[in-house]
Design a protein around this ligand. Sequence first.
Ligand code: SAH
Ligand code: SF4
Length: 458
Amino acid sequence: MQSQTREISEQITCFGEGKRYMITTLGCQMNEHDSEVMSAMLENLGYCPTDLPEEADLIIINTCAVRKKPEDKVASMLGKYHSLKDQKKELILAVGGCMTQQEEVALYIKNRFKQVDLVFGTHALPRLPYLIDQARKNKETIIDITEDYSGREELPSKPFSSFHAWVPIIYGCNNFCAYCLVPYVRGRERSRRPEDIISEVRSLAGRNYREITLLGQNVNSYGQDLEADLTFAKLLGDIGRVEGLTRIRFMTSHPKDLSPELIEAVRQEEKVCEHFHLPVQAGSNRILEKMNRRYTREQYLELVKEIKSAIPGVSITSDIIVGFPGETGEDFADTLDLIKNVRFDSAFAFIYSPRKGTRASRMEDNISYNEKEKRLQQLNKVQQRISKEENERLVGKIMEVMVEGPSKSDPGMQTGRLRTNKLVHFKGPSELTGKLALVEITEARTWNLFAELKEVVD
Ligand code: SAH
Ligand code: SF4
C-alpha cells in the first residue's frame, strides 16, 4: 500500500496551483500537528493558505471526538459553509480527523450534509492528495476511513510557528480508559523509530526551530512496542544532545507509567523543561477504578511528591473529569481534596461526556446535568484560587521566557512562555519572537503573569 500511495502521489500533478486552502483545527495538539502535515501536503500540491473561508477553494475541518461539544461545533460550521458552496460550485469541503474515523459518524456526515465532498479518518493522512483529487473529479462524496496508515512516517510537516514544532513520538493509545474514544479512533500504540525522531529533530534544529514538544497520548509508554531496549527517558537524553535546540517539552504523561528514570532525565537534561502534564481525572479510588486508570489516589500523590522533591520549581498541570457515571458527593469531595493537596499550577476540568462505544457509556449515570455543572463550577473556583496563589509566588522573580509574539488580547504587549509553560505578558519590541529573554514578574493573575523585560538573552 505504501508504494501504491507513493505512485498515486507521483501521478497527481500540482492541481492546487493558484488555489487557496483553509484548515480549521479542533481538539488536541496531535490534531494541530496533523493539520501541519496536511498544510505541507497541500502546499506541495501548489495550494496557498488563507484564513478567509470566502477566499478558499478547499476547506478542511480537522475534527475532535473526545467530547460532544467539539462535535456540535462541526455541525454548525458545516451549516455555515453550505452557503459558500452555493456561491462557489468548485469549492471542496472536507471533514477529517477523530470524529470521522468512526464509521457511523462518517456515514451520518455524508448523508446529512450533502455539501461535503470528502470525509476522511485519522489514518487516511498519507492518501490526502489522492482523496482531494478524487473529490474534485467526482460528484459523490468520497469516504476513506480504512485503518491503513502506511506511509504516515514519511509525510512532511510545516510547523505553523516560526520557532516551535510538534514532534509525534508515539501514535495511538492502548489504555482504554472507560470514558475515552481515543483508542478507537487513533488505533493501537505505535512508537516511531528513534532514528526517525532524531533525524526530524536535527532537521528542525537546522531550520532554526528552537523549541519542540514531543507528542503522544502517553509518552511514557514510548518504546514498549519496539524491539530495541528503549525508554522515553533514554530518548529524551538522546534528543537533549541535538545541537541548536533550546527547549524540549513533552506531553501527555500517564501517571501509571511515569518512571523514576524519567523524573531523573527531566531533572538532569538542561534543555528539558520542568513541566509535567499529568492528568489525574479523579481523586476517588472508586472512580479511578471504574475509569480503568490503573493507579490509586495514593500512588498519584506519591508520584507528585517525588516529582516536586526532585525538581525544584517544577509545574504540574492536569485534566479532571467531573460527573463520571456514579460519582457520589463523597467521590467528588475526594477530587476537591486531591487538587487542594497537589496544588496544580492549572487544570482543565470537563463535565463527563458519554461517547458511544466506550465502556462508560453503558454505565448507569444517575447524576443530573445540573449537579454536574455545579460540581464543575465548584472545582474550577478552587483550582482558580490555587492557580493564582501559585502564580503569586513568582512575583519579583527574574525568569526566562521564550517570546511567542504579540499578545492575542493586547497587540501592544509581547507574550512569552516560562519553562514551566506559564504565559507572561510584557512590553517589548515585536522583533523578539523566537528569542529567549529575561523578565521580572510584576503581577500574577489566574491564567497568566505580567512582567517587565530585563534583558534579551539570544
Ligand atoms: N491521553 C491523554 C488525554 C487525551 S484526551 C491522557 O490520558 O491524559 C484529553 C482529556 O479529555 C482527557 O485527559 C480527559 O480529561 C478528557 N476526556 C476524554 N474523554 C472524555 C469524555 N468522554 N468526557 C469528558 N472528558 C473527556
Ligand atoms: Fe484516552 Fe486514557 Fe488513552 Fe488518554 S490514556 S488517550 S484518556 S484512553
